[in-house]
Design a protein. Sequence first.
Length: 491
Amino acid sequence: MSSTVIPVDPFDLVIFGGTGDLAMRKLLPALFRRDADGQIPAAARILGLARTEQDTEAFKLEARDALQQHVATEELSSEAVERFIHRLSYLHIDVTDSSAWGELVSYLNERPEHIRVYYLAVGPALFGTIAQGLANVGLATVKARLVVEKPLGHDLESAIELNQALSSVFNEKSVYRIDHYLGKETVQNLMALRFANALFEPLWNATRIDHVQITAAESLGVGSRGSYYDTAGAIRDMVQNHLIQLLCLLAMEPPYKFDADALRDEKLKVLRSLRPLTGRSVLSSTVRGQYMGHGSDAESYLKDVGNPDSRTESYIAIKAEIDNWRWSGVPFYLRTGKKLRAQMTEIAIVFKEPAHSVFGDLETPTMPNVLIIRLQPDEGLKLHIMTKDPGPGGFRLRDIPLDMSFAEGRQGNWRMPDAYERLIMDVVRGNQTLFMRGDEVEAAWRWIDPIIDAWEASGLKPEAYDPGSRGPIAAVEMMARDGRRWREIEA
């Protein structure tokens, strides 16, 4: 397996929050790798902006440390590192001070022909302030793109306010709402799997599929994100964006062409077709949990967030249903949680068993076909099928996987690119296919908000589960009521 590198046009990338964790841990390493592969042109520049009072040389030292920490040693050739570091500059700026923007204007006006990318690696409270600040000093040009990270609102009302603040300055085609899950190679292969092959699309409906499971399991706790996480919980942090986006790509109708708006139109239809969960239906179709060890020294969500009275979930399972002709009667089970037994993200499409089995007298039972789309830790596709057990000892069936691991197919030094590598380059290209549109974000919140409201009205606490386990018992029971079971969580 090899990859083709197509250079992008010259650009200036401005990272607001340039000294923060996201910039150092994800953005700068991703940009370095694209530069090392020859995708970034010689004239491109990268500017870090933050309130930290330091100069460019201090910023470059931070960037070097970040590369040493987050990029594999074998990738860090001295030539590539020096070329990348030479691109970097730094400006100390307080974006809330309207008189502090002059140096940024001067810097960018040195290269008026460049594409301009403004990456807001800051809290959402500053999104509107920065957008308006760019407009006030004439930097919201037709060649500018604005990139915003989650959280894209805390609820529907705040999401609408955020969209209005951004749209008052930037056209929707200039706003890139990033969800790094959509940049993963396997997620994009999901679209190729469905729409570039005649094999699966005729089976991709309620007549052939029994149910779908989407799992995003994490082995770590909330860590240093405790203060943020306790105001968000698993539903806001993972379900409202990542898992619902995966559901949309799985369930959408074929777009009329592979185009950003055509694809997002189809995702929006899925969001609007989600059966509302309100009142008592929320309690029967969702499960919440908190990891809780035994003993005073045990790991505990309450201890990690510093809030002994917290009712915020570190685990959630949801049974979602889509009210349209393609998916009527097919449940989509979503689950995500912290401190589970392994780190893994996968989609499992479980097909129905044959209408009639001719192998009824065999000791070995038939198993349903399952298509596994694995996002981490090893990206790839796996299809479970029934075959005859080889050998002369009678006719026995067994379940075997047809496995296509992307890592196993690589050639030479080929490396699976990080999601941010593709997404940042897509921003420069002006390709919005893998980014969320404002109406998508609002539609997702319209479905999520009543679930949160019902939890709060019930007064029920999340169920405790052991760190390193599969999650709350109630989640197993929710599936068992439907005669189904979760797939194992394993690395």
